[in-house]
Design a protein around this ligand. Structure first.
Ligand SMILES: [Zn+2]
Length: 416
């Protein structure tokens, strides 16, 4: 069933119960996420839900309407320009098995393992049987990237794409969307693949996890994919349903970060480019490579950027609210940008060729972020490795854990 505005049968007479303070669409019952105002048009107060307003307003004066979508069989063949590695193939078989048995699965795969392609066989089988499929992620960047890869592989399939403000909708049988969009689907999808399950805000927001469960049919399969699983994810799938993939698709080891002790803060505050940072960047440029410099705070980035720009004109900086964010990321793929300063916004979902990484103030990042950041390096088969430098004022548990996890992946072991 799909919640649709304006047409269809009435699902709930009000989107929001203004007395009990509950949103019937997203399940929000936290008072701080409701807004009330007087409406002249209705001649009464109107309360609406702030939690799910990004997908259309759910309020106390408008009913929620719903439509039922008939299932339909589709041939849904796909084509890949390469063969899956043995590891990918085994993992793909397990995803198919989970689909057959209506089980949930956790795919714990190293960054750059080629997780997306591992789901293709199960997606194809599901659609051939007329089952509804959703590929979702908390991150818009990931959703866009996955959509491109799916449309390239499943050339004849009708794939819906939904994220804030963007709607390419056919028949809701094969949908790529952000997790938030699932608030509009009830008992609808038979196979749900959740990519980057550990990414903000999914782990912090139990309502979003509830939305996934509500969007799934009774006999469904939910496949969680992540490089950094939490205990909760493992419990969700069950330990016997955890599939691990410790090798990247190209078979090379993950790059292990090198730690450089020292703080860059003082230099930056005095408007000086830290000498170590300068040398590292120089070294990267001399080898005709490019570098992502991760910075822990936007304020530090704003101070540092002019200092870098002075020495390296082919540089840019990017953060989540930056309107030119996508343009700047694209310029890093070409030759216009060689040094890109960034917050954790680029810790996942991006791939650049010939890339090295520097993390400033590494002591301020958590393990999940550091693992993702390291995962940016060596993703391409013709550039399978690179350098990662952590500049840190002191060692932290997060830094130690990151290195331990990467080294165990390289030995074919996992930390769980
Ligand atoms: Zn809501």
């Amino acid at each position: 069933m799909l919640i649709k505005f304006g047409d269809g049968e009435v699902y709930k007479s009000q989107g929001v119960d203004p007395v009990k303070k509950i949103c019937r669409r997203c399940g929000n019952n936290s008072r701080k996420y409701f807004y009330r105002y007087y409406s002249r048009f209705h001649g009464s107060d109107v309360t609406y839900c702030l939690k799910c307003v990004s997908i259309g307003r759910s309020d106390s004066v408008t009913p929620l309407t719903a439509v039922h979508v008939e299932r339909a069989v589709e041939s849904c063949r796909y084509h890949l320009d390469f063969d899956l590695s043995d590891g990918q193939k085994k993992a793909s078989d397990r995803v198919v098995q989970a689909l057959e048995n209506n089980e949930n699965l956790l795919l714990y795969a190293v960054t750059g393992a080629g997780k997306t392609e591992i789901s293709f066989e199960a997606i194809s089988l599901a659609r051939q049987r007329g089952l509804n499929v959703a590929f979702v992620s908390p991150r818009i960047d990931v959703v866009k990237e996955v959509y491109l890869r799916l449309t390239a592989a499943f050339k004849d399939a009708r794939i819906d794409l939904l994220y804030s403000g963007v709607k390419v909708a056919f028949d809701h049988r094969f949908t790529v969307c952000t997790v938030h969009q699932l608030y509009n689907h009830i008992s609808h999808f038979d196979l749900i693949i959740v990519d980057e399950t550990d990414a903000f805000p999914l782990p912090e927001d139990s309502q979003l996890m509830d939305a996934i469960l509500r969007a799934a049919t009774e006999k469904s399969s939910i496949i969680l994919m992540t490089a950094t699983p939490s205990k909760r994810m493992i419990n969700f799938a069950g330990r016997e349903n955890v599939v691990t993939l410790t090798r990247r698709y190209h078979g090379y080891d993950l790059a292990v970060p090198e730690i450089i002790r020292g703080s860059a803060d003082r230099d930056i505050q005095k408007n000086r480019l830290p000498e170590t940072l300068h040398m590292l960047i120089q070294n990267v440029i001399a080898q005709n490579r490019r570098v992502l410099v991760f910075v822990p705070e936007i304020s530090m980035m704003q101070q540092l950027f002019p200092l870098i720009r002075e020495k390296y004109p082919l540089s840019a900086s990017v953060y989540s609210q930056d309107h030119e964010r996508y343009l700047k990321v694209d310029s890093m793929r070409g030759d216009e940008t060689k040094v890109l300063l960034t917050t954790t916004i680029l810790e996942r979902g991006v791939t650049f060729e010939n890339l090295d990484v520097i993390v400033l103030g590494a002591e301020k990042f958590n393990t999940n972020s550091l693992i993702q950041i390291c995962g940016r390096v060596g993703r391409k088969v013709d550039d399978p490795t690179g350098s990662i430098w952590f500049m840190a004022a002191h060692h932290t548990g997060s830094i130690r854990r990151t290195i331990k996890i990467i080294k165990s992946f390289n030995k074919g072991e996992t930390a769980i």
